[in-house]
Write a protein that binds this ligand. Sequence first.
Ligand SMILES: Cc1cc2nc3c(=O)[nH]c(=O)nc-3n(C[C@H](O)[C@H](O)[C@H](O)COP(=O)(O)O)c2cc1C
Length: 396
Amino acid sequence: MLKGKFIVLGVTGGIAAYKMPNLARMLIKAGADVQVIMTKNAQNFITPFTFETLTKNKCLTDTFDRNFTYSVEHVSVAKRADLVMIAPATANVIGKIASGIADDMLTTTVMACTCKKIIAPAMNHNMYHNEIVEDNIKKLKAYGYEFIGPDTGMLANGDMGDGRLVSEEVLFERILTELSHTKDLLGKRVLITAGATKEAIDPVRYITNHSSGKMGLALAKSATMRGADVTVIKGETKVKFPDCVEVVHVSSADDMYKAVMERLDFDIYVSAAAVADYTPKTTAKDKIKKSDTDMSIELIKTQDILSAVSEHRKDGQFICGFSMETENVLENSRQKLRKKNLDMIVCNNLNDEGAGFGMDTNIVTVITKDKEIPLPKMSKSEVADKIFDYILEEFR
Ligand SMILES: Cc1cc2nc3c(=O)[nH]c(=O)nc-3n(C[C@H](O)[C@H](O)[C@H](O)COP(=O)(O)O)c2cc1C
């Protein structure tokens, strides 16, 4: 995924520095060449040796180190870098960079880099909200530096607040998003529906299904990495969507229908949600239904979101549905494609081992008006990539 990419990971003197060997390991596993640069204070929290063992590169700490392959190290590293990430970034280093100070290996290299620079702040809540720090961040953003996080939650000293370093997984995803894919969806607005709807029976009970949201997440990640602006309308899911995705939370099929209808200005819509076809006609809003008296539930049909979207279709929009079947998979899916006037339908058979709800893999056939492409068992991320490959082929 990151083969051939040279990533500079700047580590500064914050307590969260202890998490960075894990990020370095994830990047190495993905094929990247990782050059760690530590500030002097970072070495109070973790040793360069840890990074050297993981990355097989000398961890740079000193601008005036007399290495024996002659090159001006900070300039040569800066020239090779595909991306610089500073994580954790202290209030101090943010202030130094914002003020043009280059007095150590990290700040000097950052100053010499022309590639994308991403800063992941981590500090105490009051430090993060100090007006000077806020101004420094604003200034760096204006100069094109990008920021990720911080998160809100329990901080190192036990206080609650803003200033937690975002997780290593989120940092890794961000680097992947920047470097791993060609940006063939750049400028495209992609709308994805994901997860399960919940149809309330009474204040306690509801009807739902087994959709985990994993396929929707894979689609959202793939589209994001390929440069799209992604909006996800999600029902109940067990997964967390990346920060750079706009997420709209809904509950019932009707909520999802309304949320989609308000967002019809997409270029590509992929429906990966499991939406209830039927919902209780009436919901007992503040009274629990008693099983001995009024437990019979009258169901009514919900809006067919896909059909409604294709009825409102504008020129150039692409609509892809998912079809989950247990029998006559291809035939039923072809019918849905025609009936709902879709451009593409991705079908799978719940009875196939390795396909369907909650799994990390899927086995699908992609059907368009004139093509049927059966795909072998693959991870949901690979399926998502294939779906966008085929969508782009159809678009051209
Ligand atoms: C135990 C401890 C934890 C610290 N954690 C942070 C932190 O999370 N964020 C921060 O901005 N500074 C933190 N500091 C203060 C920085 O280490 C200090 O500002 C230092 O000058 C930063 O140097 P550097 O930016 O060159 O690495 C911490 C200090 C100590 C003693």
